[in-house]
Write a protein that binds this ligand. Structure first.
Ligand code: FAD
Length: 314
C-alpha cells in the first residue's frame, strides 16, 4: 500500500499530529511519502530526513504563502494524481477538517475522519459523543484517513532515510478564491502548557473557586504547571490559556495529574497523548480511569492537602 501523508506546517513548525500520522502510515503501508506545503520547510525537512520515508515532497507557491482551503485542497489533489497513492492520511487537526472534505470531493475518494484504530482493512472511529465505536471499511482504490490525537505515538517513528523532491503546482486566482486571516490567537499567558513536563489539571471536582489555589500549591511543590477542564475556564476560575481539550490546548506531558475531571471526550482528545496519566476522582466509574495509569479513588479536597503536606516534609 502506498501512502501519502499530508503534513501540517505551522510556519516552520510541524504539528505533533503530523508526526503521529506518519507513524500510523508507516504501520499501514509499505511505502510512505509526505507532502509539505508552504514556507519554512527547511527545519521540518531536517527533522524528518532521518526517518523511513520514500520521499519528502515540498510545494511552494505565492498563493500558498499562508493556509487556505482552496489552495491546499488543489495542491493535495495535484500531488495525489501525480504519485497515485492508495491512501492519503493526515492528523485530525482543525486544518484537516477544513480542507480534506474538498480533497475528497475533488478526487472522488471517500474520507474516513477521526480514526482511532486501524485493523486490516477496517478503521474505527468514535460516534455519538464517543459512546459507540463504528468500524468503517471501503473498497475504493483511493481513500483518505485522518487520525485522532494519540492514536499513534511519535516515539514509534521508524528511522531510515528519504529523498527530498519539489513539486510544481499549477495554481491561479480562479482556483484560490478565499483568503484566510491570521490564525486566531488565544489570550497568551507566560505559560507554555504544551512544553510542560508535568501538568496538574483542575476539573469540576475541585467544587469551588476558593479551592483552586490548592492545585497551584501542589503544582509549585511538584515543579508543575496548572491546566484545567473547560467548565473551570468558563466559570472564570482559571485563565483561558490553561484549558486543555478540543477547544483548548493539546498537551503531551510526562505526567498529567487530573483533579476531579470526569474524562469527557472533548477533554481527553487534548491530553491522552500524555506519557503517564494519574487521576483523582471520587467516582470509580469515571471515564478518566479508562485511560489513567494510576487511579486514585477519593475526594480531591482530602487527598490534595495531604499530598502537599507530604511534599513539604521531603
Ligand atoms: P465534570 O464532567 O462535571 O466532572 C467532574 C468530575 O469530578 C466527576 O467525574 C466527579 O465524579 C468528580 N468529582 C466531583 N467532586 C469530586 C471530589 N470532591 N473529589 C474527586 N472527584 C470529584 N471540555 C474540556 O475540558 N476541554 C475542551 O476543550 C472542551 N471542549 C468542548 C467543546 C464542545 C463543542 C463541547 C460540546 C464540549 C466541550 N468540553 C470541553 C466540555 C466537555 O464535554 C465536558 O463537559 C468537560 O470536559 C467536563 O469537565 P469536568 O470533567 O471538569 O467536569
Amino acid at each position: 500500500m502506498n501512502i501519502l501523508v499530508v503534513l501540517e506546517n505551522n510556519t516552520g513548525t510541524l504539528h505533533r499530529l503530523s508526526l503521529e500520522a506518519i507513524v500510523g502510515s508507516q504501520k499501514l503501508g509499505e511505502s510512505v511519502s509526505v507532502l509539505l506545503i508552504g514556507e519554512g520547510a527547511e527545519g521540518i525537512i531536517n527533522q524528518l530526513k532521518n526517518y523511513d520515508l520514500e520521499k519528502i515532497i515540498t510545494v511552494k507557491h505565492e498563493l500558498l504563502a499562508s493556509y487556505n482551503a482552496d489552495g491546499y485542497s488543489e495542491t493535495v489533489k495535484q500531488v495525489a494524481l501525480s504519485i497515485s497513492p492508495n491512501v492519503i492520511t493526515a492528523g485530525h487537526t482543525y486544518q484537516t477538517r477544513d480542507y480534506m472534505p474538498r480533497v475528497s470531493a475533488k478526487l472522488g475518494a471517500p474520507f474516513i475522519p477521526d480514526v482511532i484504530a486501524a485493523n486490516g482493512n477496517g478503521y474505527t472511529k468514535q460516534i455519538l459523543n464517543a459512546k459507540l465505536n463504528a468500524e468503517i471499511s471501503t473498497s475504493s482504490e483511493l481513500f483518505i484517513l485522518s487520525f485522532q490525537s494519540a492514536t499513534f505515538s511519535e516515539d514509534d517513528l521508524r528511522p531510515g532515510s528519504c529523498e527530498v523532491e519539489s513539486f510544481h503546482v499549477e495554481l491561479d486566482s480562479n482556483i484560490v478564491r478565499s483568503v484566510t486571516e491570521d490564525p486566531f490567537q488565544e489570550e497568551q499567558g507566560d505559560v507554555d502548557l504544551e512544553s510542560a513536563d508535568v501538568l496538574i489539571s483542575v476539573g469540576r471536582g475541585i467544587e469551588k473557586e476558593e479551592n483552586v489555589p490548592l492545585a497551584f500549591e501542589l503544582a509549585r511543590k511538584m515543579g508543575a504547571e496548572v491546566s484545567a477542564s473547560r467548565p473551570i475556564v468558563d466559570s472564570g476560575w482559571i485563565e483561558t490559556f490553561r484549558q486543555v481539550g478540543s477547544s483548548g490546548s493539546n498537551v503531551a506531558p510526562k505526567l498529567y495529574f487530573s483533579l476531579g475531571i470526569s474524562g469527557a471526550i472533548q477533554h481527553v482528545v487534548g491530553m491522552k497523548g500524555s506519557k503517564k496519566i494519574m487521576a483523582i476522582n471520587k467516582d470509580s466509574d469515571a471515564p478518566i480511569f479508562e485511560i489513567a495509569d494510576y487511579a486514585i479513588i477519593g475526594d480531591v479536597l482530602e487527598i490534595v492537602p495531604k499530598l502537599i503536606e507530604a511534599l513539604e516534609q521531603n
